[in-house]
Design a protein around this ligand. Structure first.
Ligand code: PEP
Ligand code: MG
Length: 550
């Protein structure tokens, strides 16, 4: 047995075979080839198998997703059938007398570089496709079960994962994530929590592809990984699993109870979701609404923007499933680590401080209007709210509301039914908290995004594991900003929630309730633990720390 240690970001014990992805990013060993015709033959067989796999994937995706997504596989098939690419690999094998895997990885690097240096943005993007098909070839050549993701339980291992890679995993088979790097408030970690999948990050160089294919248990509560555990350890982990199950049964008894503290303050306890696939789970965990639909996930991992109808169908199905409960749809918050190939966004040195979220929507009004039309059309089927991300000024709110007004008058002229929708904003920037008195005159509600508010206030990148000690929502500056905003917002008779990860922080919850936070929105797995905390909170005689009074 071997053990590794990282930081757990989503509790729970999971067991499965380790599946190391992004293998082509690790250096492929340069093995000499004595039998060149054999290597060439291996390559040809791998190309044929790769094309077959892609055709199969294309068929599957066509049935389960849209034609655009399935079209990605067409591009891959075309590239893999391209003689220039395969002939280059063959020449490399022959000239350098090396194994096929090594030749693929070297030629792939050359092509990736070639595409990356192109002026045309579309062609630049093809570098990723080259990397994808090369990885497929290497996996086939090294006899890796590429499709093991669809058979049996797997623990995904990687250097790091992008949010879109994470969102794409089959939840029926992926039991957990273990990452070399990562940070607790990256969207990959947040997704693990939303999907309620045990995850461990920051394992460091100890996590190597050598573990690929080995059976492992991972424990998200203490960040430990047990590779090929002995019988005693397996028993200990299975016992822990039983205890977790018993704890869950206790928590399940809270379902249906009103979210009221011991001193009679009623709290709204809502859930954070990324897609309609999350809705059943949050309803089952007693969510009284959706406090944050991260709508940008429907724009990621695809080459074209979603159509108005596609968005409408998704929002409608969520609104209907939630019955009359509030569904807060945050408008497109693309940018920083949430990237999409569907938008030709320019390269930026500091993307978190760059052209993202509402800044894009106010310039690309075509994209914003499409999303708003879909939201308003879906409003006829439930209780939808709109929330604007990354606000820093009253002017942005006024401009966004003008666009909303135009969308409403267009729909009216087209006789399309819709309801009045409350419009709120996120407090994710120090600016929004500081001018919350002004903003409160223009919107109906607020939600604090502590993930970004913390990074922008403390100048500490939420993605950077080296800064994890500096990056904390417990900092007095963050708590002061939240209190300032709550006071200002309540003066205008509006409500304020928290939808960042700090909403589920058991050390902060009492303080937040004392500050006057009206709503908490958390990932599905935290709904019942936070509910328990709310029910046990008693503010009688509680005095706010003096340092929060400014
Ligand atoms: C936040 O910033 O706290 C937030 C909820 O938004 P996101 O994590 O998607 O940036
Ligand atoms: Mg944010």
């Amino acid at each position: 047995m071997q053990t590794l240690k990282g930081n757990g970001v989503c509790n729970g014990i999971a067991c499965g075979k380790i599946f190391f992805i992004n293998k082509s990013s690790v250096n492929i060993e340069r093995k000499p080839a004595n039998d060149i015709p054999k290597e060439l033959n291996r390559l040809e067989n791998a190309v044929t198998k790769g094309i077959e796999e892609l055709e199969e994937l294309r068929k599957k995706t066509e049935k389960s997703a849209d034609a655009d997504t399935a079209g990605i596989f067409d591009t891959h098939i075309l590239m893999l059938s391209d003689d220039d690419f395969t002939n280059d690999i063959k020449s490399y094998i022959t000239e350098n007398k090396v194994c096929a895997e090594y030749a693929v990885s070297e030629i792939s690097k050359k092509y990736v570089q070639l595409f990356r240096n192109m002026d045309n943005a579309y062609l630049r993007e093809r570098s990723r496709d080259v990397a994808d098909i090369s990885e497929r070839l290497i996996n086939i050549l090294s006899d890796t079960e590429y499709n093991s993701l669809t058979s049996g339980n797997v623990i995904i291992a990687a250097d790091d994962l992008s949010p879109s890679e994470t969102a794409g995993f089959d939840r029926g088979h992926v039991m957990g994530f273990i990452l070399k790097g990562g940070s607790a408030t990256s969207h990959t970690s947040i997704l693990a929590k939303t999907m309620n999948i045990p995850a461990i990050i920051n394992i460091g160089d100890a996590l190597t592809p050598d573990y690929d294919g080995k059976t492992a248990y991972i424990d998200g509560s203490d960040g430990k990984i047990y590779i090929e555990p002995d019988t005693t350890t397996t028993e200990m982990l299975e016992n822990k699993r039983i205890h977790e199950k018993m704890r869950l049964e206790e928590l399940n008894k809270l379902k249906g109870k009103p979210n009221i503290t011991k001193n009679s303050k009623e709290i709204m306890l809502f859930a954070n979701i990324t897609t309609s696939a999350d809705v059943d789970r949050i309803i089952d965990n007693d969510a009284r609404g959706i406090g944050l639909l991260r709508s940008e996930f429907l724009y990621m991992d695809r080459k074209t923007l979603p159509s108005e109808n596609e968005l409408f169908e998704m929002y409608k199905s969520i609104a209907e499933k939630m019955d009359c409960k509030p569904v807060i749809i945050r408008t497109l918050d693309i940018g920083a680590d949430k990237k999409t190939d569907a938008l030709d966004l320019p390269y930026e040195e500091n993307p978190a401080l760059g052209w993202r979220a509402i800044r894009i929507c106010l310039e690309r009004t075509d994209i914003f209007e499409t999303q708003l039309r879909a939201i308003y059309r879906a409003s006829a089927y439930g209780n939808i709210y709109i929330m604007l991300p990354m606000i820093i000024s009253v002017d942005e709110v006024v401009r966004a509301k003008e666009i909303i007004k135009k969308v409403c008058s267009d729909l009216k002229a087209e006789n399309i039914p819709f309801k009045e929708i409350p419009v709120g904003i996120m407090i994710e920037t120090p600016a929004a908290a500081i001018i919350s008195d002004k903003l409160a005159k223009h919107v109906d509600f607020f939600s604090v995004g502590t993930n970004d508010l913390t990074q922008y206030t403390l100048a500490a990148d939420r993605q950077n594991p080296h800064l994890s000690k500096l990056y904390t929502a417990h900092h007095t500056a963050i708590l002061r900003l939240i209190k300032l905003a709550a006071d200002n917002i309540h003066k205008e008779g509006k409500w304020i929630g928290i939808c960042g990860e700090a909403a589920a922080d058991n050390e902060l919850l009492k303080l937040f309730i004392a500050i006057g936070i009206d709503e908490f929105s958390v990932s599905s797995g935290y709904l019942l633990p936070v509910k328990e905390l709310i029910l046990n909170t008693d503010l009688t005689g509680y005095i706010l720390p003096n340092e929060l009074n400014i």
